[in-house]
Structure formats: structure tokens, C-alpha cells
Design a protein around this ligand. Structure first.
Ligand SMILES: C[S@@+](CC[C@H](N)C(=O)[O-])C[C@H]1O[C@@H](n2cnc3c(N)ncnc32)[C@H](O)[C@@H]1O
Length: 209
């Protein structure tokens, strides 16, 4: 599992390596651009939204939303990623924070129209994902949505098929989303939908019930 220094070292090559994997339809980033565009489109339907991005990285998505006039708050634990994101979004509220510690105190009384996270929350265990999402629901405005784009599968068997097909390129340190299992645990508290973007990626949409 990469720590913040690992992400610091990856930061200047990140965009090119993701683009290459997406264009050649390779795990883990096959479907990346379409997935990001779908989240962008959902947020663009609501002008001047308050958006929280968790693990914003080089701000591939959030800088487009920033340029379109949305109010951006973000969390990331890599200082180098924050530097790149800050250069694209000088007025955004970017916090250095490790999301394994939950929501930072500075945000606990705020609400957001959209809480987004792309290719970051697979660093949490499945139990920690449930706890963190439950905490994020408390920051959601009444008509708001949490949109999580990541390596993600509808079922455990779909994950296992992809893992078998990927062979030794599969990253055993990362804990990918299985929508049906997450839904079973969270559905008493919220409404959820899964949108697939490639053989290994999808967006999980979560709204208050
Ligand atoms: C693979 S990148 C994804 C970046 C961006 N969201 C995207 O989709 O291109 C993962 C990002 O999450 C951040 N990250 C990973 N684990 C984190 C943690 N525990 N706390 C805060 N940020 C974390 C990394 O620093 C990195 O910027």
C-alpha cells in the first residue's frame, strides 16, 4: 500500500501513467476518462455546487469543476499532490489529511452538495469503508450525492474473475469495492446505485434515504 511519500513520488508521472492504462484498456484504469466525465456531468447539472473531493490527487476532475465555478474543498495526504492541485485551483480549500482518520474536525460542521472520491478509497478496509461512508452521509446536503469512482465490481464473483484474468498485475494491497456487499451493509441508511464503466471500474452513487 502506498503511503503519502509513495504518492509524492508518483505525482509528476501520475496523469501520463493513468492515461496510458486507460487508452490501452488496462486494469486498473480502464474506463478512467469516461468515469471521470460521468461524475463531472452529474455535478455540472447543479451549478455552483459545494464539492468535497477525497484523495483529489493531481485534480484531474476537481480542477475542471473549479474552472466551471463550483466551490471545491479537498483532502489528500500527499504534499506533492496538493502542490499540483493548488497550482490549478489556487482558491480551493485543500487540506492535508489522512482519511483513514475519518473526516477532519475542520469539516465536521460543513455540508456539501457532492462528495466525490476517485481511485482513493480502495486504501480502506471494507469495514472502514462502511464507517467512513456513514460519516460522509452526515456531511451531505439534503438533495446531495456521494459519488465514488474506483476499481469496483457489482459482485464478489466479478471481482474474482477480473483478479484471475489480471494474474500477477493484480495489486493485492488494494481492497476494491464490491457493490452488492456494500449495499447490503449500507442500504438501511441510504439509497445506492452502481454504474459500470469498464470490466474493472464503476461509480457508486449514494444518497440519503
Ligand atoms: C490513485 S490517486 C487518485 C487521484 C485522483 N482522485 C484521480 O482519480 O486521478 C489516489 C490519491 O489518494 C490519495 N490518498 C491515498 N490514500 C490516502 C489517505 N489515506 N489519506 C488521504 N489521501 C490519500 C493519494 O495521495 C492520491 O492523491
Amino acid at each position: 500500500m502506498l503511503n503519502n511519500h509513495g504518492f509524492d513520488l508518483w505525482s509528476d508521472r501520475y496523469d501520463a501513467s493513468v492515461r496510458h492504462a486507460d487508452e490501452s484498456s488496462q486494469y486498473p484504469f480502464a474506463g478512467y476518462a469516461r468515469l471521470m466525465n460521468s461524475i463531472y456531468g452529474a455535478i455540472m447539472n447543479r451549478p455552483s455546487s459545494r464539492v468535497l473531493d477525497i484523495g483529489f490527487g493531481t485534480a484531474v476532475l476537481t480542477s475542471r469543476l473549479y474552472d466551471a465555478g463550483h466551490a471545491i474543498t479537498g483532502l489528500d495526504f500527499s504534499l506533492e499532490m496538493i502542490k499540483i492541485a493548488h497550482s490549478k485551483m489556487p482558491d480551493a480549500n485543500l487540506l492535508q489529511w489522512d482519511f483513514t482518520l475519518g473526516v477532519p474536525p475542520a469539516l465536521r460542521n460543513q455540508t456539501f452538495d457532492f462528495i466525490i472520491s476517485t481511485y482513493a478509497l480502495h486504501h480502506l478496509s471494507d469495514d472502514a469503508k462502511v464507517d467512513f461512508i456513514a460519516e460522509l452521509l452526515g456531511l451531505l446536503a439534503p438533495q446531495g450525492a456521494i459519488l465514488i469512482g474506483d476499481v469496483c465490481f457489482q459482485t464478489r464473483s466479478a471481482l474474482l474473475s477480473c483478479k484471475a484474468a489480471c494474474g500477477n498485475t493484480w495489486d493485492t494491497d488494494e481492497i476494491y469495492f464490491v457493490f452488492s456487499e456494500l449495499q447490503e451493509r449500507l442500504s438501511p441508511f441510504c439509497r445506492m446505485a452502481f454504474h459500470e464503466f469498464s470490466f474493472c471500474s464503476g461509480v457508486i452513487e449514494i444518497r440519503k434515504s
